[in-house]
Design a protein around this ligand. Structure first.
Ligand code: HEM
Length: 402
């Protein structure tokens, strides 16, 4: 037993480096070098001498707005999220570019003030406690109309078998995701951002709110099926290859794939627990793969039972979504649950990747035979290029103009 646990500890390390340390490295990149140094000296007073009893660090330190990467992708997930998609006025190309540039400047200012606790609106006076993070992303349609410099692979997704997509709930010229400790700042910010877009002749296309259970920092939240969701996410070294753009104008940018997936929670719960575990390929209780002992053990898609069948069944969700079936490609999943009334609850699948083709390859395998399919319905979809972060004094989107 002990040796199995020691083994699972080893499985969590990649190249001898702890996954969480690497993920934390990503957060420092997001915060920028200055903030990173600030975080490192937090235990010392202004003379540089360590205090005898340093204050314990907050559960998940707030991530500043400015940095190489947008904090809406890198900050610890918060209990509340709001997705917003806007359509901009179909103006002449040159005017459209100028209008977009001005709008991105306005959005940068509003978001930076809200995150920094310096907004004039007293309703946003929550400061760091609000733990606001955000991302701003550009849809493929707008990028094409204005000839913006976005990753070549940015394109709408193909149709998948079983899709029941409502176009009014998906797509959009700009997609924003706001996250916070609770809904209050999200509601106020939504009002401000919508006003800023309207002032430039655009309008809200769709909005979707979501939530997560409160979980201790560093642990994995559960989805409405009850399973831990977000376990097998890439550490920084893999993320650099598969999630963030290659060095160049899109480095520190990424592509968001959003899917609104309705879940038949009661139907799935009616399966015996062992059946649910086989459908998922992981155990409900501790989130460990059926081939492992601990949550962060890597699912082993090759191990067989004595009768020759796979321990991770052929239709198990984690087999079909395994990076081993896709040349090691990884996506960063940051899902939220949603509840839009009885019969319409589920998962807001939000994932980040260098190339949306990574999602397409996984979803083609899932759509063909995922054991979860009888309990799922994809009802909306969006793809958008998440801009690199804004430097202090700069604006989002400075490398869009090519
Ligand atoms: C409501 C629908 C879905 C549910 C309830 C769900 C749930 C889960 C759960 C519980 C896990 C195992 C824990 C973890 O590693 O996070 C997982 C893993 C994963 N899922 Fe999903 N998922 C859903 C949809 C999707 C979709 C649409 C995709 C992509 C097309 C996807 C891709 C993945 C990937 C890549 C993994 C990690 C596989 C690995 O590296 O082991 N999932 N999902």
């Amino acid at each position: 037993m002990c040796s199995m646990h020691a083994e699972s500890g080893k499985a969590r390390k990649e190249g001898g480096v702890d996954r969480r340390a690497l993920l934390a490295g990503g957060a420092l990149l997001a915060a920028g070098a200055g903030a990173g140094v600030g975080a490192m000296v937090r235990g010392a007073d202004t003379t540089g001498v360590a205090r005898s009893a340093p204050e314990p660090p907050p559960e998940s330190p707030p991530v500043p707005f400015h940095g190489l990467r947008q904090a809406g992708v890198t900050a610890a997930q918060q209990p509340a999220t709001q997705l917003l998609a806007f359509d901009l006025a179909p103006a002449a190309t040159s005017d459209g570019r100028a209008a977009l540039k001005a709008l991105l400047g306005d959005l940068t200012r509003l978001l930076a003030e809200a995150v920094g606790g310096t907004a004039a609106d007293p309703r946003l006076a929550g400061g760091a406690d609000a733990r606001i993070s955000s991302l701003v992303a550009v849809g493929p349609g707008l990028a094409g109309r204005l000839g913006l410099s976005v990753p070549a692979a940015l394109a709408d997704l193909p149709a998948f078998p079983g899709d029941r997509l409502d176009p009014a709930r998906g797509g959009g010229d700009l997609v924003l995701q706001l996250c916070a400790a609770d809904r209050w700042p999200l509601s106020v910010l939504t009002e401000q951002l919508t006003g800023a877009v309207a002032a430039k002749g655009g309008g809200l296309r769709w909005a979707q709110s979501g939530f997560l259970p409160r979980t201790p920092a560093g642990t994995t939240p559960r989805n409405l099926f009850g399973y831990k969701d977000g376990t097998a996410n890439p550490a920084e070294n893999d993320a650099r290859q598969w999630v963030w753009g290659a060095p160049g104008p899109h480095e520190h940018g990424t592509v968001l794939v959003y899917r609104r997936i309705r879940m038949d929670v009661a139907g799935f719960a009616a399966l015996p627990e062992a059946g649910r575990d086989r459908a998922m390929g992981r155990r409900l209780g501790d989130g460990a793969p059926l081939t492992g002992a601990a949550e962060h053990d890597e699912p082993d898609i090759y191990t067989k039972n004595p009768d020759g069948s796979y321990v991770l069944p052929a239709t198990a969700h984690v087999r079909l979504s395994s990076p081993r079936l896709d040349g090691g490609a990884r996506i960063l999943r940051r899902g939220y649950s949603y509840d839009d009334g009885p019969g319409d609850r589920g998962l807001l699948f939000c994932a980040f990747m260098r190339d949306p083709g990574q999602f397409t390859r996984i979803q083609n395998r899932l759509a063909a035979k995922d054991a979860l399919n009888p309990f799922l319905e994809h009802t909306a979809s969006a793809v958008a290029y998440v801009l690199p972060g804004a430097a202090q004094g700069g604006a989002l989107g400075e490398r869009l103009w090519g």
